[in-house]
Design a binder for this molecule. Structure first.
Ligand SMILES: Nc1nc2c(ncn2[C@@H]2O[C@H](COP(=O)(O)OP(=O)(O)OP(=O)(O)O)[C@@H](O)[C@H]2O)c(=O)[nH]1
Ligand SMILES: [Zn+2]
Length: 334
């Protein structure tokens, strides 16, 4: 135990080398590592550089080699060492990634052949859907809902462009699922939405042109200043990237996600998914194994319960629609 826990930055460097060369010497394993590391939140990832907010300071960091190949994504809570001043041309090191409370995944597509985690630790998914121009895409909303329920995020429908069309029809479609919604137009203040976002970590998703950027800009005027040099990576302008960006907002975070087209729903087990609908799950407990819960399942307990009026027909129809939306082309551009 000659090399005790210095915790200083220099010793940490040595520590990495010792591990790399020496294999599994017990003294290396037992020494508390990086005990002086400071907590931060990853706000953007760009070409191997992690932008983190550490005590209100935007810090650029690299990943310590000891972390290996594991991914670090926006929303990750990490521990950092090194230069945390945030001054230009300084580089800190991420030495730990804390356990994630949630992960939102993106499927492989033609721009990226690997399924990836895109956002960690969100607790709410704000699904932005225009009421017109472009026409609402319920199928996209359905797929977002499935992804949200699967990832354990509370869904929130943001219906934009209410100056162009009324929300009634869409609202009716999502009523049976009990999805909360906010109707937004250029003339009204988005106070209801602010209240729902405050103190939470909300990931914004929406297809192109629905007004997502407009909305985020309205919610966080002066975004550029608030996040320092992170401004160039909001997905707009010259540094358009496929990575998400987290912006501080009223005690919580808004995570904007350019480039999210789909969520890899094929892996979702109907069993797990139905568990999110307790009333229906109770009934579905009597279904045969592997039941799809669709209308054409002869032995589906849900079908029987419907006939006896023990379940809400609109709600079952919604659930069946969501289950069905897992299938089909995952890369379909909504
Ligand atoms: N009429 C109307 N137009 C809006 C509203 N919100 C946004 N727009 C317009 O819709 C267009 C698209 O808005 P953006 O905010 O760029 O949409 P986006 O979802 O960020 O789209 P991408 O940047 O392609 O991802 C712009 O021309 C906006 O001015 C609204 O509430 N009403
Ligand atoms: Zn069934």
């Amino acid at each position: 135990m000659s090399r005790t826990r210095g915790g200083g930055r220099h010793l940490d460097e040595d520590d990495i080398r010792v591990r790399a060369r020496g294999g599994s010497r017990p003294r290396t394993r037992n020494r508390p590592k990086h005990e002086n590391a400071v907590a931060g939140l990853v706000t953007n990832v760009d070409r191997g550089r992690y932008r983190c907010l550490v005590d209100g300071v935007a810090v650029v960091a690299m990943k310590a080699r000891e972390l290996g190949r594991g991914s670090i994504v926006v929303g990750d809570r990490v521990d950092l060492v090194g230069d945390l001043s945030g001054r230009p041309d300084t580089l800190a090191r991420v030495v730990r990634v804390r356990e994630r409370r949630s992960v939102l995944r993106r499927t492989a597509d033609d721009t990226d052949p690997v399924e990836r985690v895109i956002v960690a630790n969100a607790d709410q998914m704000a699904i932005v859907c225009a009421l017109a121009d472009p026409e609402p895409q319920p199928r996209f909303v359905d797929r977002c809902l499935v992804a949200a329920y699967d990832a354990g995020l509370d869904p929130l429908l943001c219906l934009t462009k209410a100056d162009l069309a009324a929300p009634d029809e869409l609202v009716r479609v999502y009523e049976p699922l009990g999805v909360p919604f906010e109707v937004l137009s250029p003339d009204g203040e988005p106070d209801g939405l602010r209240a729902r976002l405050a103190g939470r970590t909300s990931v914004f998703v929406g297809s192109s042109g629905v007004g997502k950027s407009t909305l985020v800009n309205r919610l966080i005027p002066g975004t550029d200043r608030a996040v320092g040099h992170v401004n160039a990576v909001t997905g707009r302008g010259r540094h358009t990237s496929t990575s998400a960006v987290a912006l501080p907002f009223e005690g919580g975070w808004l995570i904007d996600t350019p480039g999210v087209r789909s969520f890899g729903l094929a892996h979702i087990d109907p069993e797990d998914f139905v568990a999110g609908f307790p009333d229906i799950a109770d009934v579905a407990a009597d279904c045969p194994p592997g039941c799809s819960h669709q209308e054409d399942e002869p032995d589906c307990a849900i079908g029987a319960a419907l006939e006896q009026g023990r379940l809400d027909a609109d709600r079952v129809a919604s659930l069946r629609r969501l289950l069905a939306s897992r299938e089909g082309d995952p890369d379909e551009q909504p």
